[in-house]
Design a protein around this ligand. Structure first.
Ligand code: NAD
Length: 343
């Protein structure tokens, strides 16, 4: 029998997680909860996804819009084995009370503080830590990107210290109230909170991060300097290691990917999940350099989608649906159309 999954909150992350759940052979999407009707509710309806109305929200606007309502969030929770909370940041903490009352395991997103859950999660880094847990937090987009890269570099070469500067998108494409539309905004204070968030997964990692916000809506770019304990002989070795790891994509120079616009265009062309998403960490062959023990590299992160496969793996870890991380990751990625790593 497939595990029954509810998604509470159907915005940027929620709609992607819901679609991803629906594509997994061992999971069933029992429905999504929304606070108000929108074009997204209409799309969900067209896809045959049952729509529940958040407890406390008004059902009438759904009825007027002609969108059938399957019940309230409490009904959705009753019908599910696990709920993935995709409500706006800080709301997940409020929702946690309802999940506990309903006795349902829950996954939270990176907009919540680490304390909302027993474990902060990344599939490559700590899949087993989420086994059998009741409350797990999938870390934010930037933290997921850093944690994936840290998983690779720590196990292969050891990491003595990490410095990362994050060039962050100003808002998601639909967030018309976010800015700046001109200018570069340093994020205060230094260091930014991202380093501490990475330590919610790797408590012993020495990492300092800083961030600036720029007027773009798709992707963050990280500028990394990582001091390795046991550096490899060549940078080609590092690239091969990233290539052999799930959820990394390395562009070659001849592919002429100048920056994030081409990365997203590649995503639109390839369209792995039915959405033009790029769920991998994206690196450039010409954007990585080894200088003594210091590895310098850029990586780009599609903020809307990188956490989606991690949510699926978190479900499997919590419900015991896969024997290990590698099995779950392979199953998730195949269902989502994420290319397999090189052998
Ligand atoms: P969003 O605003 O796009 O979507 C949130 C949805 O939840 C909206 O549809 C909203 O109407 C609905 N909602 C509001 N109150 C609710 C309630 N009480 N119960 C249920 N649903 C409610 O937000 P998002 O960008 O999808 O972010 C969701 C979470 O994912 C946040 O924790 C965020 O920090 C995290 N996250 C976001 C991104 C990103 O780039 N957007 C990346 C990684 C993680």
């Amino acid at each position: 029998m497939r595990a029954r999954i509810a998604v509470n909150g159907y915005g940027t992350i929620g709609k992607r997680v819901a679609d991803a759940v629906a594509r997994q052979p061992d999971l069933e999407l029992v429905g999504v909860a929304k606070t108000r009707p929108s074009f997204e509710a209409q799309t969900a309806q067209a896809r045959g996804i049952p729509i529940f109305v958040a407890d406390g929200a008004n059902v009438d606007p759904f009825r007027s819009a002609g969108i059938p309502v399957a019940g309230r969030t409490s009904d959705l929770l009753n019908a599910a084995d696990l709920v993935v909370d995709c409500a706006p940041e800080k709301i997940g903490k409020e929702n946690a009370v309802k999940y506990k009352e309903a006795g349902k395991p829950a996954i939270f997103q990176g907009g919540e503080k680490a304390e909302v859950a027993e474990v902060s999660f990344n599939a490559l880094a700590n899949f087993d830590a989420a086994r059998g847990r009741q409350r797990v937090r999938v870390v934010s987009c930037n933290t997921t990107g850093l944690a994936r890269a840290a998983s690779v570099l720590r196990s292969a070469y050891g990491v003595e210290e990490w410095e990362a500067t994050m060039v962050r998108r100003a808002g998601d494409p639909a967030e018309t109230d976010r800015g700046p539309i001109d200018g570069i905004l340093p994020t205060f204070p230094i260091p930014s909170h991202h380093g501490a968030d990475v330590r919610s997964i790797f408590p012993d990692l020495t990492i300092a991060t800083a961030a600036v916000v720029v007027p773009t809506t798709l992707m963050h770019v990280h500028v990394n300097r990582v001091r390795l304990a046991r550096p490899p002989a060549t940078v080609a070795e590092v690239l091969d290691r990233f290539r052999a790891t799930p959820r990394f994509h390395i562009f070659r120079a001849w592919e002429h990917v100048d920056g994030t616009p081409q990365v997203m265009e590649y995503g639109r062309d390839r369209s792995p999940s039915g959405r033009p998403d790029v769920m991998e960490n994206v690196l450039w062959e010409q954007g990585i350099r080894l200088e003594g023990r210091d590895l310098h590299f850029f990586q780009a992160i599609h903020q809307e989608s990188i956490v989606v496969p991690e949510n699926i793996d978190a479900i499997r870890a919590m419900l015991g649906l896969a024997p290990d991380a590698a099995t779950s990751i392979a199953r998730t990625d195949e269902a989502l159309g994420i290319p397999r790593p090189a052998k």
